[in-house]
Design a protein around this ligand. Structure first.
Ligand code: DOR
Ligand code: ZN
Length: 337
């Protein structure tokens, strides 16, 4: 098989950034995905209300080309009121993202887990109107490998306090998170990244320090990676693709206090093809990238298609000053022109 055509996929978690990175890199997402959830954290200032979201959507559209649809989100703040939520929803914003205070890039001003109950009126409104709550599921202050496990109790509480609220636990990394999402009601789903399917902590600090593989939540143990592989190949609709592609300039990664984020956009679909093919589960790729996420979000499936050809290429070592995932390595599949 040298050519494969699938329904146009979606990426349910992307950091488009702003300024030059947005201008020069957005096409990489648009050339392989019909829609993408645009994360609200990495702008200055972040996306707080509809008045921030709409210009940002227009800016992404300007640089991503015809036919691509950015799906907008707000970042949850102490002042995210039901009115803010309703106003954003009316303008097409699909979700609100919760970053616990201090947990990752630009989360210093996030809501602390202890004060989350103050945001219950906003969650109530979201539940009413069908807006999703996206969670960066790590508990600040806990030992880094245990942060996701510690956050699961927050997920369970939100799920029981808001039985009608759709919740996505983003970029899950552990067997415990797979198990929790699997057993919680159908209102709870999870995104899984390419890099968390492929890497363990050994690929970050097992030998030399590999800053371009450093992200949050940090990649975990082999058994966690296996649980993620099982989740995506099991065909369970609660698990769908969100790349968490997060470009940072090389100088912000290769330094004393390097930023978290793996830039997977240039290789996402080709490498996923290779990954699923190697596991002998190619039939599971299409629903993982093109169906389950759209259904969970209540979106129509994309009409278009994406064709990949078996034509090995070497991943460039740099795109606009950012080192991509698998830089310099050979990838077997390529997106057809
Ligand atoms: O690795 C990450 N990078 N994790 C996040 O949660 C944020 C992201 C970023 O914005 O760079
Ligand atoms: Zn992210």
């Amino acid at each position: 098989m040298d050519t494969i055509t699938i329904r146009m996929p979606d990426d349910f978690h992307v950091h488009f950034r702003e300024g030059e990175l947005l201008r020069r890199l957005a096409y990489l997402v648009a050339q392989q995905f019909g829609r993408a959830i645009a994360m609200p954290n990495t702008l200055n200032p972040p996306i707080r209300t509809v008045d921030d979201a709409i210009p940002y959507r227009d800016e992404i559209l300007m640089h991503s080309g015809n036919g691509f649809q950015p799906l907008m989100t707000l970042k949850l703040y102490p002042d995210t009121t039901p009115e803010v939520v309703r106003g954003a929803h009316a303008a097409g914003v699909v979700a609100v993202k919760y970053y616990p205070e201090g947990v990752t890039t630009n989360a210093e001003d996030g809501v602390s887990v202890g004060r989350l109950s103050e945001l219950y009126p906003a969650f109530e409104a979201m539940q009413d109107i069908g807006m999703l709550l996206l969670l960066h599921g790590e508990m600040p202050g806990v030992f880094c490998l245990d942060r996701e496990a510690a956050f699961l109790e927050v997920l369970r509480r939100l799920c029981s306090d808001f039985p009608g609220l759709k919740i996505v636990l983003e970029h899950i990394t552990t067997a415990g998170a797979v198990e929790a999402v699997y057993t919680l009601p159908a209102t709870v789903a999870a995104t899984i990244t390419l890099h968390h399917l492929e890497l363990t902590l050994d690929d970050v600090i097992g030998d030399k320090i590999m800053p371009h593989n450093f992200c949050k939540p940090v990649v975990k143990r082999p058994q966690d990676r296996e649980a993620l592989c099982y989740a995506v190949t099991s065909g369970n609709p609660k698990f769908f693709f969100g790349s968490d592609s997060a470009p940072h300039p090389i100088c912000a990664k290769e330094c004393a206090e390097g930023c978290a984020g793996v830039f997977t956009a240039p290789v996402a679909m080709p490498r996923l093809m290779e990954f699923f093919e190697t596991l002998g589960c190619l039939t599971k790729l299409d629903p993982f990238v093109s169906q389950f996420g759209a259904e969970f979000y209540g979106l129509p499936l994309n009409q278009g298609t994406l064709t990949l050809v078996r034509e090995p290429w070497i991943v460039p070592v740099e795109y606009a000053g950012v080192r991509p995932y698998l830089a310099g390595r050979t990838i077997i599949w390529r997106i057809a022109e």
